[in-house]
Design a protein around this ligand. Sequence first.
Ligand SMILES: [Fe+2]
Length: 312
Amino acid sequence: MPGKYSKPVYVLDLPWQIFDLAIVSALAFFSAAFFWSRSVEGSFGILVMLASAAGFATIFYGSFIEPRRLRVRRYSVGAGERSLTVAFLSDIHVGPYKGRSWVRHVARKTQALKPDVLLLGGDFLYEKAEALPHLAPLKDMRAPLGVYAILGNHDEWKSRTEALAWFEASGIPLLHNRSARVEKDGASVVIAGAEDDWYGETDLAAALRDVGMADLSLVMLHNPDLAHPSAALLQARSGKTVFFSGHTHGGQIRLPFVGSVMRLPHYLGRRYDRGVFSFDGVPLVLGAGLGESGPRARLFCPPEIVLVTVRF
Ligand SMILES: [Fe+2]
């Protein structure tokens, strides 16, 4: 039965222009402090100069450079003699900060990795449906076992109808509370997905119906808060299953030894920001995403294509 597993967490629900205004103000402040400190005699002036330069450089780098530094993050999960590679892309968030050229760049780099299967884990939009055409390069992506998607909370929030229609026309199947079955070297693989929990109609029982009934099952859950109830539903059927989630952006703006500066948009706790975790023995691969929401910045958390070698 469809149901809500967690309530929305509004971390910084402000118009994106506010964040850009904050960047401009901060850069102006550090520039003014830098030039003022040059007229001050002694070590205090030098200290202010260095602090201003460091502040300016950090904000500039985080806002305009790191969000474009695409990296490939590799994980290996499971055990066994067979293996397949999964490319997992999530949280592209096309809109004010990222457009078609970014999606094309991500698509080309992902294709060059030659994954066996490509999973698109939701949050394609920042907010508005007008940005959907920026996703066009995704339509050209191919993988031997197929390309599959689910929507995320940002897609379903204000643009659910348009996003569903775009995917219907794109030919990329949305695995909303359903699964597909494919074969890899004689092994059966179930690929499943749940619709977003916050603004969609999640039905985990339907999404997981065939999970665990194959040699390997790959399950997309946009919000990692769905991992606990999913693992609980699977129980004995969970063997050789891998969950894939995004949503957290890895915190997006991080500090060394501190982790995410902002609260993460889920109820799992700060430890669950990015990486591989276990839920009742089922590994969850949690990607840091490819775009930004709220502030345009990323710091110590570059956008990532997640490439997972799954052994089974
Ligand atoms: Fe997101």
